[in-house]
Design a protein around this ligand. Structure first.
Ligand code: CDP
Ligand code: CDP
Length: 220
């Protein structure tokens, strides 16, 4: 039986990645990491510095000015950028509209690559029983060697309704199309990943189903 596992959860916007990951993290004592928040926080900082969403010297200089740290609260690890602990402003409509443009830039993804991998070491050092990391390319690029790779699917209308219920304007379909069609690390179902369709499932049902897969991953 394993004493530490890595779980990768990918999927489109508002597919239920965060709620599912959080539930798993408390159930199995895993460290939860939301990589979408890394792209969102970086976007806030680059917008603030007036750096346009394109590869080039301005972007490289903008990234060189960002120092990343990690802050752990209960079961989640959060990014710290130049001593700033990102708040709800990373979920603003402006960030929703810009984040996929920045996330498509290979240099920016490279900038966040090692930082994301390091979270596994931090989770082990902190004594967690594993890491659950959610994003778009976790099972395909960041942890292709994860013990369990899940792709959460929910049909676009359902996802738009879920996000609207949170009271936020977010053109989910536009963001998904950009994320799925970019050249570097596009949103895709990683090879060998388990597809979970939550269109007709409640969060509790999804967590129940996925918990069985997590238990199996520990036994392998
Ligand atoms: O919460 P929601 O699912 O709407 O989005 P998110 O997970 O916070 O991610 C925001 C954006 O960051 C995505 O639309 C992607 O453009 C980008 N992202 C990415 O490119 N790769 C990741 N591993 C995570 C997020
Ligand atoms: O992290 P991601 O953007 O993929 O999704 P989320 O923030 O976990 O979920 C988006 C919204 O859908 C939240 O308000 C959840 O409560 C809701 N949700 C749901 O209604 N049914 C599910 N099976 C999963 C999430």
């Amino acid at each position: 039986k394993k004493d530490f596992i890595i779980i990768a959860i990918d999927g489109g916007a508002a597919a239920g990645k965060s709620s599912t990951s959080r539930a798993l993290s408390s159930r199995f004592n895993l460290m939860h990491v939301d990589t979408g928040s890394f792209y969102r926080a970086t976007t806030v900082k680059l917008l603030e510095a007036g750096v346009p969403a394109e590869a080039g010297d301005a972007l490289n200089a903008g990234l060189a000015n960002l120092e990343l740290g990690t802050y752990i609260d209960e079961n989640s690890a959060y990014i710290v950028v130049n001593d700033w602990i990102p708040d709800e402003s990373i979920r603003s409509e402006e960030v929703n509209a810009n984040v996929s443009h920045y996330a498509a830039i290979p240099e920016l993804r490279k900038f966040l690559f090692d930082y994301q991998r390091e979270q596994a070491t931090i989770a082990q050092e902190e004594g967690f029983a594993g890491l659950v990391m959610e994003g778009r390319d976790i099972g395909s690029v960041i942890f292709p060697d994860a013990d369990l790779r899940l792709y959460l699917y929910a049909d676009p209308a359902k996802r738009a309704a879920r996000r609207a219920a949170e009271g936020l304007a977010d053109s989910i379909e536009k963001r998904d199309a950009m994320d799925a069609n970019r050249k570097t690390a596009p949103l895709s179902v990683p090879e060998g990943a388990t597809l979970v369709d939550s269109s007709e499932l409640t969060l509790e049902e999804v967590v129940e189903h996925v918990s069985g897969l997590v238990e199996n991953a520990y036994q392998k």
